[in-house]
Design a binder for this molecule. Structure first.
Ligand code: SAH
Length: 399
């Protein structure tokens, strides 16, 4: 019999709204024994409200697998949830032909702690919660069945695993590396080839969430001088070149990322490499250097890493966002566009907009939002789980 997580009185309300997290402060006690990742029944009064994964070391003490008190959490459960996530994407026309595609977006696909991205015929899984970790085999089997992919690689090396009491873990769950090494995984995105390093790259290797925004940048780039800050492997830069930019200056502090970016450009002989300039530097310094040199750009992308992983980092992060946006505004030519993002869970859309507004004000530029930007449709946000909306962006035009 599974253990029972007894909620404090009144703490069942978020479960009635189908929010999947149960915080430590909501738990009265655990009746029975449960180990890391075991399934427990969530009880309020005498009623079973949900089945959840027990995570004794985390502030999020349990994550709900199912709000159906009778649903059994077993291999078949994961088969159903994974197949449903894959099927949902199959009806969204923007997604059906993508070679790089997020198949499972954790909580928003009913699978807390489970990320799965597909690159060609290879699936990369990242398991970040105790419950997900426990069901590794079931999840791998379900992914193999739902996709027909014979290669599944695990990239469970994200820092957040530490909060759950889990060690990093990487390696092949199904199949093995193709001969010639992993440099072989190449996907095409909006007509541009991109190599994806699933073993050593960020996240599962690529920032799939920005797919639509990279296309938008391409559409805006004809005849423009573009600055792409935090360029990683050049996703935005190559779309700008493909869209007809006259020059694209890309900045990143990671040499391996820049080397990959250059290699990606070489994979696309139809793009004019003479228009691309790669700059290994700290963006905070480089923006000031460009300003001091009197440079201006028609289009600037700011896609920094997560400055605020949680709300406790929000203040320091806000200063960092303000700084780069302020410097960005100063570098824009008349009528220029700033495409600016935050992927910090700790900074909400409203706060982000305020920060950007403050930056515009201090730069002395008048500016207006011409479009709000978000993650692509394979990174959906469950309406019951607003925390899923981590990526927010603004396309802002100055006078
Ligand atoms: N826009 C990219 C993803 C950006 S990820 C895409 O579409 O693929 C964030 C990048 O910022 C990483 O490549 C990281 O190396 C870089 N980075 C982090 N801090 C930096 C800093 N202070 N200066 C320059 N680059 C930085």
């Amino acid at each position: 019999m599974s253990a029972q997580l007894i909620l404090q009185p009144g703490k069942e309300r978020s479960l009635f709204r189908r929010h999947p997290w149960i915080f430590a402060g909501s738990v009265e006690r655990l009746a029975g024994r449960a180990r890391l990742g075991d399934t427990v029944e969530v009880i309020a009064g005498k009623q079973v409200l949900a089945k959840a994964a027990w995570s004794p070391e985390s502030m999020i003490r349990a994550r709900v697998w199912s709000f159906d008190p009778d649903e059994i959490i077993d291999n078949a459960f994961f088969k159903r949830r994974v197949a449903a996530a894959v099927a949902r994407r199959g009806v969204l026309p923007w997604l059906t032909l993508q070679q790089g595609l997020r198949l499972i977006h954790a909580e928003s696909d009913g699978l807390p702690g489970v990320i799965a991205d597909k690159y060609g015929d290879t699936v990369v899984v990242q398991l970040t919660s105790a419950g997900a970790d426990k069901w590794r085999e079931a999840i791998a089997g379900a992914l193999a069945q739902a996709t027909g992919c014979s290669r599944i690689y695990e990239r469970s090396d994200s820092d957040v695993r530490g909060l759950e009491g889990l060690e990093p873990r990487t390696g092949w769950l199904r199949g093995e590396a193709p001969t010639g090494g992993m440099g072989d995984i190449v996907i095409e995105e909006h007509g541009v080839k991109m190599a994806v390093d699933i073993v050593g790259g960020h996240k599962t290797g690529f920032y799939l969430d920005q797919r639509d925004n990279r296309r938008l940048l391409g559409e805006l780039s004809a005849g423009k001088r573009v600055l792409n800050c935090f360029c990683y492997t050049g996703g935005f830069s190559l779309q700008a070149l493909a869209g007809g930019a006259t020059q694209v200056v890309s900045v990143d502090s990671s040499e391996p990322a820049l080397a990959q970016a250059r290699a990606n450009l070489a994979l696309n002989p139809h793009l004019d490499a003479g228009r691309a300039e790669w700059c290994g530097a700290n963006v905070f310094d480089e923006l000031r250097r460009l300003r001091a040199a009197g440079e201006t750009f028609d289009l600037i992308v700011l896609d920094p890493p997560k400055f605020a992983p949680s709300a406790s980092h929000a203040e320091r992060a806000a200063r960092a966002y303000k700084d780069i946006n302020l410097q960005g505004f100063k570098l824009l030519a008349p009528n220029g566009l700033l495409m600016t993002y935050s992927c910090s869970g700790g900074i909400g859309l409203e706060l982000f907009q305020k920060i950007v507004a403050g930056a515009a004000l201090d730069s002395g530029r008048s500016a207006r939002i011409v479009q709000r930007l978000q993650g692509a449709a394979d990174h959906p946000v469950d309406l019951a789980f607003p925390e899923g909306e981590y990526l927010k962006g603004l396309l802002v035009q100055v006078s």
